[in-house]
Ligand binder design. Structure first.
Ligand code: FAD
Length: 421
């Protein structure tokens, strides 16, 4: 490894940290990433990247690679638990954006980012097996203490003019800055996530929402195309159901279809056999719907927080990865433009803390699929004859537009410079 001190030390090589490294490199600012895992494994399942995140990744020259691995989402469609269509709307380029919305396996997204970092910044840009345990600073440097990720042995601290903690939901820096922070807030529902090798449904690039979590909710979309040379796809799915036992926040906790399948046994529709698809998954993961109240500050002198470390939110509305990507590009842009880098860290917090807090809070109430609860309430959970008798088309459109505005990806927002959104 090179001995030169980088200008920025990045804690954590997940989606936010890697994007930040690429954005800093483009700005001509040197950096090095320190990742706790001794090696990267293809973990997680799929996620969806909204147009504002794709715009930032496209500016980093990654769009072709993302589209080669993932799928450009063409439409959202909302169904009741009976399989009755409530609403469909175009997405990505079909909805007038300059860039697509992309559904992709997290491991593929991570792979694209790691490959780009190693190619552009060099093989030694990511130091593996470094678990951050404490952050400190003096007049000249941030000072970061690590344990060896494999042996747990303490390692000599590392110094850099600035450090950015991108170490996810269990961030060591966040815990140190906010020791009084309340425990994660559990909403009383749990997600089961899986991916199944299956035949395409609807357009082959549709994202479908079915039902509500009270009776069992499904979100499903394809994340890999033509995986068998015969047009088969890897279909990602997320089930959300009410559960009242003590949750564990671990992205890799495994589960079984028996935990939730009862609520979906009836859901064999003409466009998708849902129970068969759920049973066909290679692996099923469990993740509770937890978030934390927005923080009062992220930046202390030479150190700041980014991504889930700064604003852990419920994985709903496709915004966890998107907001980390936008944080990364905003901070890199400010560090490039401002001569006083400590001021840049403060300005980043001023721009992004309020914006992301709104998304954290919106994900509790008004995520895109909340419309299905409105339908459930108005119909008493029964079948309807005509959707127009339950809700007007304008109201359906307004629900989706409201979330786009909060999350900062309405077509209007996309025309503004990033920092003003
Ligand atoms: C294994 C895994 C699987 C996931 N699967 C999904 C999914 O299927 N769907 C979904 O919507 N979201 C998933 N997420 C969350 C999603 O990636 C994040 O919400 C989002 O990308 C925000 O990115 P981030 O960089 O802030 O956090 P993350 O992408 O979580 O990255 C944090 C990184 O920091 C590292 N790290 C943690 N603690 C330390 C430490 N003390 N010192 C150094 N490094 C540390 C982690 O190993 C990780 O590489 C997953 C996250 C992880 C870690």
């Amino acid at each position: 490894m090179t001995d030169t001190t980088p200008e920025v030390l990045i804690i954590g090589a997940g989606i936010g940290g890697l994007t930040f490294a690429l954005a800093l490199h483009r700005a001509g600012i040197s950096c090095r990433l320190y990742e706790a895992a001794p090696e990267f494994k293809p973990l997680g399942v799929g996620l969806n990247l909204l147009p504002h995140a794709i715009r930032d990744l496209a500016e980093l020259g990654l769009l072709d690679q993302l589209l080669a691995k993932g799928i450009a989402t063409r439409e959202y469609c909302f169904y009741t638990k009976h399989g009755q269509l409530v609403y469909e709307e175009p997405r990505g380029r079909q909805a007038g954006y300059d860039v697509p919305q992309v559904s992709i396996h997290r491991a593929d997204l991570h792979d694209v980012l790691v490959g780009a970092v190693r190619e552009r910044l060099g093989d030694d840009a990511i130091v593996m097996g470094r678990k951050c345990v404490a952050v400190d600073q003096d007049d000249d440097s941030a000072i970061i203490s690590f344990l060896d990720g494999s042996t747990g042995q303490p390692l000599p601290p590392v110094r850099a003019p600035i450090a950015v903690a991108c170490d996810g939901v269990h961030s060591a820096a966040r815990k140190q800055f906010h020791p009084e922070e309340a425990k994660p807030r559990y909403q009383g529902t749990t997600q089961y996530r899986g991916a199944t090798r299956w035949t395409p449904f609807k357009t082959g690039a549709s994202m479908a929402y079915v039902g509500t979590y009270e009776t069992g909710k499904l979100i499903t979309y394809p994340v890999r195309d033509n995986i068998d040379g015969k047009g088969g796809q890897l279909i990602n799915w997320v089930i959300e159901v009410a559960r009242d036992d003590e949750p564990t926040r671990d992205w890799n906790r495994q589960s079984r279809a028996e935990e939730f399948i009862d609520g979906f046994e009836h859901a064999t529709f003409d466009w998708l056999d849902i129970p068969a698809m759920l049973r066909g998954a290679d692996v099923i993961l469990e993740y509770p719907m937890l978030d934390q109240d927005p923080l009062s500050f992220w930046t202390v002198g030479r150190i700041t927080l980014l991504g889930d470390a700064a604003h852990p939110m419920m994985p709903r509305g496709s915004n966890g990865a998107a907001q980390a990507i936008i944080d990364a590009n905003t901070l890199a842009e400010l560090l490039e433009k401002r001569s006083d880098r400590l001021e840049a860290l403060k300005e980043y917090e001023a721009i992004r803390l309020g914006a992301t807090s709104k998304v954290v809070l919106a994900n509790r109430e008004v995520a895109p699929d909340a419309i299905l609860r409105v339908i459930e309430e108005r119909t008493g959970g029964k079948r309807f004859d005509r959707i127009e008798d339950v809700i007007s088309h304008d109201e359906l459109v307004a629900w989706q537009e409201r979330y786009r505005k909060v999350a900062g990806f309405s077509t209007e927002d996309m025309k503004k410079p990033r920092q003003l959104v």
